[in-house]
Design a protein around this ligand. Structure first.
Ligand code: FES
Length: 536
C-alpha cells in the first residue's frame, strides 16, 4: 500500500465521505487520499469500473470527486484545506463497493450500446431513462456561482511550461528585452526537477506564474479585448489560476509543455494502483511512496528514473517488464498482480512508462502542426523551435528533443520570439524517423481492454468501428466516443491511434482536434468572458 515517507508537517482534516482523513495542508487532495490508503476514488461512467489517480498531473479521469459541493474537481489539482468535504461521485454504495458495478459483471465482454435494446421500442424507452439516471459524471453544484470577471494582460512572449526548455526560452527572450511571462501548471522545474536533475534558473525579468494553466487559444475578430476595436483576428490565451481566469494577449507563444505517457494496451490497464512514471515521481515529490511491491512496465528513461527513486525510497521492485511481456493486470478493486512472462507476480502498484506523447493541445490551437510518429504525437518544429505558425514556437520534449539539443532549440526560439521580425513559419518535421510501438497482443479479442478510460471504450469497439468503415482517428472517435471524456483524450488518443493501426484502420496523421478549454473549468469562469453588451 502507499505510505508517507515523512510525518505530516502541518496537519489538517478532510471529511471524506463522512470520515476524517488527516492530510498535510496545501498538498493535492488526491495525494492525501492515496497516502491514506484510498486508491479507489471513483467509478467509470459506463461499466462503473474502479478508478484511481494515474498521473497526478491533470491528464486522466482518476481523481474526480465532489469537493465542498462542487462536482468533478480534479483532486490532483485541488489543495487541502481544513474541514474540506470530499465526496465520491456516481456510486450506489461506496467507491470500493458500488452496486452499479454489476454492469461490468453483466457485460464481461463489453456492451454494444449502439444496438442494445433497440429492437423493441417500449423497452428501449425504459432503458434510455435508466441510462440517463445512472450515466454521466457528478451532479449539479450545491449553489450557483456568479460569473467571474477575467483579468486581462498583454505580454510580448508567453512561454507555456516551466521545465528546462521553457526556462531557457524565457531567459533568452527576456535578455532580448521582451516582456516575457512563463506559466507553469505546477511548480517551476518540470520533469527535470522530478528526475532530480539540476533545474535551469529563471532570470529576474521574466514574470513567473506557477499553478497557472494555459486553458486554450482563441482567435477572435472584432472583440479581442474589452474596449478595443480590432479589425484583424486577435489571438488570445486563456490562463486559469486559483483566482479565476486571465485573458492574455501575446505577440509570440513558446510551447514547452513536454511529453507524458498515456495508457498501455494491456487488459486491466485501468485498475487503481497503476500510475504513470511521472505520476509516481509527482507523488514521491510530496513524500508519498506509491506502493511497497511495485511492478515496472514499459521501457523509457523516465520509468528508469522512477524505478531508481522508488527503490531508493524503500519500495521493492518485483520486476521490470516490457509492455509486450505483460498480458494482464489484475486485482480487486485495486491492482494486486501482473501476469508477466507467463507467471503471476504479486504487487501492490504498477508504474508504467512506454511511449510518451507530446502535450500538444495548446501548440495545436496556436497553429502548430502535430503528427503521429507511430508511438505517440509530436509537435512539428525545426531546430530553432519554429512551427507551421509564424508566431508559435515549440521546444523541448514536446518536439521530440531533449538534452543539449533541446537547450539550443529553446534558446534560439526565445531569441526569435522576442524579435518582432523573428516570426517565420517552418513546417519542418521534427522527427522524420518512423517508429512503431511493439505489437502487444490480439487486441480485437482481449476482453475489456480499455482504450479510453473516461468513456469506457474498449479495443473491441475500435475493431467494430474499423469493420464498419470508421478506421480513421476522427471517424472512430465519432463512432465510439473515445477522447470525448473528462481528460479530453490526454490519456487515450495516442493509444487509440496505435490500436486503430493494429486493427487494420488508417494510420493517423494528426490527433483529434483539441478544442479549448483543454482542462475543465467552471461555467462561471467561461460566463465571465462574455462582454456585457453581448447577448448571453
Ligand atoms: S490524477 Fe488527477 S487528472 Fe490524473
Amino acid at each position: 500500500m502507499p505510505r508517507r515517507l515523512r510525518p505530516i508537517r502541518d496537519p489538517v482534516t478532510l471529511i471524506v465521505d463522512g470520515d476524517p482523513v488527516v492530510a498535510e495542508r496545501g498538498e493535492p487532495i488526491a495525494v492525501s487520499l492515496v497516502a491514506a490508503g484510498r486508491l479507489v476514488l471513483g467509478r467509470s461512467v459506463k461499466y462503473h469500473r474502479p478508478r484511481g489517480p494515474v498521473c497526478f498531473g491533470g491528464r486522466c479521469d482518476g481523481c474526480l470527486m465532489r469537493v465542498d459541493g462542487t462536482p468533478n474537481v480534479m483532486t490532483c489539482h485541488a489543495v487541502t484545506e481544513d474541514g474540506a468535504r470530499v465526496e465520491t461521485q456516481n456510486v450506489l454504495g461506496t467507491a470500493e463497493h458500488d452496486l452499479l458495478s454489476l454492469t461490468d459483471w453483466f457485460f464481461p465482454e463489453g456492451m454494444d450500446h449502439h444496438h442494445m435494446f433497440t429492437r423493441f421500442s417500449p423497452l428501449n424507452r425504459v432503458m434510455r431513462k435508466v441510462a440517463r439516471r445512472i450515466a454521466g459524471v457528478g451532479t449539479l453544484p450545491d449553489a450557483p456561482r456568479p460569473a467571474v470577471t477575467p483579468r486581462e494582460e498583454d505580454v510580448d512572449v508567453l512561454v507555456v511550461g516551466g521545465g528546462a526548455s521553457g526556462v531557457h526560452a524565457a531567459n533568452a527572450a527576456a535578455k532580448r528585452g521582451a516582456k516575457v511571462m512563463l506559466v507553469e501548471e505546477r511548480r517551476l522545474g518540470g520533469e527535470a526537477a522530478l528526475r532530480g536533475e539540476s533545474s535551469a534558473r529563471l532570470g529576474p525579468p521574466v514574470l513567473l506564474r506557477e499553478r497557472t494553466t494555459a486553458l486554450g487559444v482563441w482567435h477572435e475578430v472584432g472583440a479581442g479585448f474589452r474596449g478595443r476595436e480590432q479589425s484583424e483576428p486577435v489571438r488570445w490565451v486563456l490562463l486559469g489560476d486559483d483566482d479565476g481566469v486571465i485573458r492574455l494577449r501575446a505577440r509570440a507563444i513558446v510551447i514547452a509543455t513536454g511529453a507524458e505517457e498515456g495508457a498501455l494496451a494491456i487488459p486491466g490497464n485501468d485498475r487503481p494502483g497503476i500510475v504513470s512514471s511521472l505520476g509516481a515521481l509527482r507523488l514521491l515529490a510530496h513524500g508519498v511512496l506509491v506502493g511497497e511491491r511495485v511492478a515496472f512496465v514499459g521501457a523509457h528513461d523516465t520509468l528508469d528514473v522512477a524505478r531508481a527513486q522508488l527503490v531508493a525510497a524503500g519500495a521493492t521492485s518485483v520486476g521490470h517488464f516490457g509492455s509486450s511481456e505483460v498480458d494482464a493486470i489484475g486485482g480487486r478493486p485495486s491492482v494486486s498482480w501482473v501476469r508477466a512472462r507467463g507467471a503471476k507476480v504479486s504487487c501492490d502498484a504498477v508504474v508504467t512508462g512506454d511511449a510518451p506523447s507530446a502535450v500538444y493541445a495548446i501548440a495545436s490551437q496556436a497553429g502548430a502542426h502535430v503528427r503521429f510518429d507511430g508511438r505517440g504525437f509530436v509537435v512539428s518544429a525545426d531546430a530553432e523551435g519554429r512551427t507551421a505558425d509564424a508566431t508559435t514556437f515549440a521546444v523541448g520534449r514536446c518536439t521530440g528533443r531533449s538534452g543539449e539539443v533541446a537547450r539550443a532549440q529553446a534558446e534560439r526560439a526565445g531569441e526569435l520570439a522576442a524579435r518582432p521580425d523573428g516570426a517565420v513559419a517552418s513546417p519542418e518535421v521534427a522527427r522524420a524517423a518512423h517508429e512503431r510501438a511493439p505489437r502487444t497482443r490480439d487486441v480485437s479479442t482481449a476482453d475489456k481492454l480499455l482504450a479510453c478510460r473516461c468513456e469506457d471504450v474498449t479495443a473491441k469497439e475500435l475493431a467494430e468501428a474499423v469493420s464498419r468503415g470508421h478506421g480513421d482517428l476522427e471517424g472512430a472517435k465519432r463512432y465510439t466516443g473515445f477522447g470525448t471524456g473528462w481528460c479530453q483524450g490526454k490519456q487515450c488518443v495516442a493509444l487509440c491511434a496505435r490500436l486503430l493501426e493494429e486493427l487494420g484502420g488508417e494510420r493517423a496523421d494528426a490527433p483529434i482536434t483539441p478544442r479549448p478549454p483543454i482542462h475543465p473549468i467552471p461555467l462561471a469562469e467561461l460566463a465571465g468572458l462574455v462582454d456585457d453588451e453581448e447577448p448571453r
